[in-house]
Design a protein around this ligand. Structure first.
Ligand code: PA5
Length: 444
């Protein structure tokens, strides 16, 4: 269901070079499968699709139904990074583009805790005051500042509005089984909790309750998503040069070795904008370390061809593109004939708008190849739960392989801590006094 097409790279690499990187990818694949590499205590994501119990989905659906019966029409999902992007990506991809403007059967899911913007917080309060609210707070560590700050004001609002006892039934926590401030708080307040297993890192957690609960609450079919992912778990479990995850990992590393330092994830459907955000975190946090790593960027075409197109076509030649192609549109509309033809568009009469999109995609591919940008293509049949599940799993598997080809630990993120220490020191967190003094000196 997820296919990889590397024809857009042919003119940039020799077959022998590609075969060398396929060998490297198969070695990396062996490390991943034998669980002998760095970060091997974070490989729980590999078997989530086939091993997620039915009862987990049923529990999430029970909360959805209970909140629906209470008339809840706004669910605030609180989390950042891996505790936010997977659900955001799936919900954006699966929702009607104008769902906010259309009457909705079921609650609206909005996100918080992924920013420290005060304006965002105030505007969320404005929204909550108009609506019947419940919240899901997600943090594996249970100590991340952004979601903790958001949870504090959202919890206070829910308690003040509905009373402490009712609030406990309107708040669900997704966190570690034992550790962290959120776990203690949830236990003390009597919240229902879902566990993020120790062996799944944040950016690989979309198929855990981190993604499952918000996606179910938004009204989507998590069983189909897990089914699609399980199919890919089986398919990408094959050790061969024909494995799409092996091919993608091999080619992007080969191109990187030739100076293509930036990989742009491209989609031709605005619903996939957050796929780019999710993918950037997955690859950026997994590979950007030890002074190495492809810099992941994303664009939405054809929109961004009118902003980034010039650079991609003609700027510094350090780019490769990975296009996520959707083979079939879920909706259908043709361009009508206009007797006057003042816009000169009658040559398009009767054609589907998606055909124009497909020709834009093909034309861009050829133009970018001519301009020195190799193109990898990853395709799915259509945007639905099943295909999205497969796509999530594809990129995760390829990421593990790719990180091992690069020679890094794809499952840690030591670099994320640096800003946090400085922020805590500058905010006066107890225990950071010395660091605060040093930072204040530097800022003079
Ligand atoms: O991938 C990761 O590990 C990070 O992006 C985390 O998901 C993010 O920092 C949020 O962490 P937590 O879930 O502990 O609040």
């Amino acid at each position: 269901m997820v296919n990889v097409n590397l024809s857009g790279c042919k003119s940039f690499v020799e077959d022998s070079q590609y075969n060398t990187f396929i060998d490297k990818a198969l070695e990396a694949y062996d490390i991943l499968e034998s669980e002998t590499g760095a970060g091997n205590d974070f490989l729980g994501w590999k078997h989530l699709p086939s091993q997620t119990p039915e009862s987990l989905i049923a529990d999430c659906e029970a909360i959805r139904d209970e909140w629906k019966a209470k008339g809840v029409d706004l669910v605030v999902v609180i989390g950042i990074g891996g505790s936010y992007l997977g659900a955001k990506c799936a919900i954006e991809a699966l929702s009607h583009s104008f769902s906010k403007q259309l009457p909705k059967n079921g609650p609206e899911v909005v996100f918080a805790g992924h920013t420290l913007s005060e304006e965002y917080a105030c505007e969320l309060m404005d929204l909550m005051q108009q609506r019947n609210v419940a919240a899901v707070v997600i943090s594996k560590s249970g100590t991340t500042t952004e979601p903790a700050v958001a949870f504090r004001y959202i919890k206070q609002y829910i308690e003040k509005t509905y009373g402490t006892q009712e609030a406990a039934s309107r708040i669900v926590a997704v966190t570690d089984a034992r550790r962290g401030a959120l776990k203690s708080l949830a236990t003390q307040e009597g919240y229902r909790t879902f566990v993020i297993e120790d062996n799944v890192g944040g950016r690989f957690s979309v198929l855990t309750p981190v993604g499952i609960l918000p996606i179910v609450l938004a009204g989507f079919d998590m069983r189909a998503m897990l089914k699609g992912a399980a199919q890919m778990e089986e398919e990408f479990g094959k050790r061969c040069a024909c494995n799409p995850a092996v091919q993608y990992a091999a080619m992007r590393n080969l191109l990187y070795s030739q100076g293509k330092k930036i990989e742009i994830l491209v989609s031709y459907n605005p619903k996939l904008q957050y796929l780019g955000e999710w993918w950037k975190q997955l690859y950026g946090e997994s590979e950007g370390k030890d002074g190495k790593g492809i810099f992941p960027a994303s664009v939405s075409f054809t929109t961004d061809l009118h902003s980034m197109g010039q650079y991609i076509q003609d700027g510094e030649r350090m780019l490769m593109e990975t296009v996520v192609t959707v083979r079939n549109s879920n909706r259908s509309m043709t361009i009508a004939e206009d007797p006057q033809n003042l816009d000169g568009l009658n040559f398009l009469s009767g054609k589907h708008i998606e055909e124009c999109n497909a020709m834009a995609e093909l034309g861009t591919k050829l133009a970018h190849i001519d301009g020195g940008v190799p193109q990898l293509a990853v395709s799915i049949e259509k945007i639905d739960e099943f295909n999205l599940g497969g796509l999530f799993y594809f990129f995760e598997k390829a990421c593990g392989i790719s990180g091992y080809i690069l020679g890094v630990n794809p499952f840690n993120q030591p670099g994320v801590e640096a800003y946090k220490k400085n922020m805590f020191a500058l905010l006066g967190k107890p225990g950071y006094e010395e660091q605060a003094k040093a930072l204040q000196e530097r800022l003079k």
